[in-house]
Design a protein around this ligand. Sequence first.
Ligand code: ATP
Length: 591
Amino acid sequence: MLFRDVSGYYDRLESVSSRLTMIDLLSEMLSKASKDEIRALVYFTQGILAPSFEGVETGMAEKMAITSIAMATGFEQKEVESSFRKTGDMGKAAEELAAKTRLRRIGTTKPSVERVFQTMHKIAKTSGQGSKEVKLKLLAGLLAEATPVEARYVVRFALGKLRLGIGDATILEALAKSGTGSREAKTQLEHAYNLCSDLGKVAETLYSEGMRGIESFEAEPFSPIRPALAERANTFEEIMKRMNGRCYAESKYDGLRMQIHLDRKAGRVEIFSRNLERLTEMFPDVARAALDETTAHSAVFEGEAISYDDSSGEFHSFQETIQRKRKHGIEEAAEQFPMHVFTFDLMYLNGKSYIGMEYTGRRAALESMLKEGNIIRLTDRIEARSSPELERYFNTAVGSGLEGIIAKEPGSKYVAGARKFSWIKMKRSYKAELSDTVDLVIIGYYLGRGQRAEFGFGGLLTAVYNKERDAFESITRIGTGFTEEQMVFFRKDLGRSRSRNKPPRVESVLVPDFWVEPLHVIEVRADEITRSPMHTCGKSDYKDQEEQGYALRFPRIVGKGYRDKGPEDATTTHEIVEMFKLQRKKKIDDG
Ligand code: ATP
């Protein structure tokens, strides 16, 4: 498939706002790919070279792109810079200058998707002395053969800013249509995706083995599984009712979620975060313990890692635990902040997937796989048959400094990548405020006025994720409660991904001073969820100025920086609507 055709589709996709039209166009494009091309095409459309847990990046910065564009078009670097300044989009600068190129086009071949993708891989792999020049030449080589529109996407991709505004949910739906003729298959494709977190692999399986391959898709070591998530409830009675009168209640530890993959024969261990980022090098002690303190030949299991004070034996706070997430001084940190990993689930053991097995069976296998050890432990739990029993256990957990409990349904499977009532959390904070903190995606920021002018930062515009519409819907503007340090941080960090234009997939009535690519997630506490026409969260028609959406009252940021979550793992519109109902019920219950 020619990259020329693909970039033609990308160009059309950029101007489409209806999601259905977008799915149709995308599926038309995907249906043109062969089974050998589909993997690369899907990754390219996601704007990545490989699934994000592999961490493969081109390593190209804006300055390098400027040089490459100059080399390929014969313009001066200064001219490239000035074209870039006009739009703030290096892709557009490449397009503009490629259209007026001062050099004679070289080569008569039209690059295929495969070739563009392989060249990007080469750029990524080139490292060490002299690598910069090689990278520049590789990119310039591609640009010299590209049409102006192709140049736009080649440059954007190289910089990791494809900006098509297409989320994974939309790609899955388009794949279902292109691979089976109907969007219905999306559910099964999504299930396969949740098991491996690799959209390219799912697409390749679909194109080479059809739906049979998708239906027999299994989790396996070293492909991270999208984590199961917990629902919320207001009362212990409600939990018990949802669990049909019997459940297991586990202590909820407030640390770092870890998914540990191991293969003893290969001597290989990988640790993934909640956001499926590789953490292995940062936790060599945990990686060693995964082999030393278990009997598994191969396994995928999960736990919450929390650091403790060696002399008093007490747990450290979450803030101290995350000190371990660092790139330097790793062994020293391991000594200063030793860890326990409280394991709570097992998804794979000795060649067999455990995802479809009941909780009780998974837990029994997890228990028998662990040796007596210091680092890897089991979460504390009880079996509960009544709500007073649950409440007593909750009080003990909170009394000993833990965050709360998670109730688990004995007969439930491991629900990868979804928030379901087979796990229900109850946290100590639920007693006082709105039933939970929420995780919001930053979509814009305001410049400071008055006293804050010196920081160039006056607050954030934030959104929730609407899974059905694959869109980020605004929910609140956070204007107060920032420390000076936070203001400096946000100004600097968001300044890098700001734009004057609203990013695709963002839906908002309010217009901030600068839009920001929806990438970063923060934790926010609020007093209440209210109805308001000013926010698009929960609106059926984004353009309707009268329709009531959902908003947050008195929002303030919790924690210092970003959460370890991708934008699509933020709180969803559906959760907000459910929390709004819980809040109304709580108000009635409390009189
Ligand atoms: P939260 O802010 O409550 O941690 P979250 O969105 O990160 O929310 P949830 O699925 O809502 O995640 O809550 C479950 C989280 O609690 C898990 O991600 C995990 O990190 C942590 N956790 C701590 N103890 C347990 C346990 N015993 N079983 C399952 N998860 C646990």
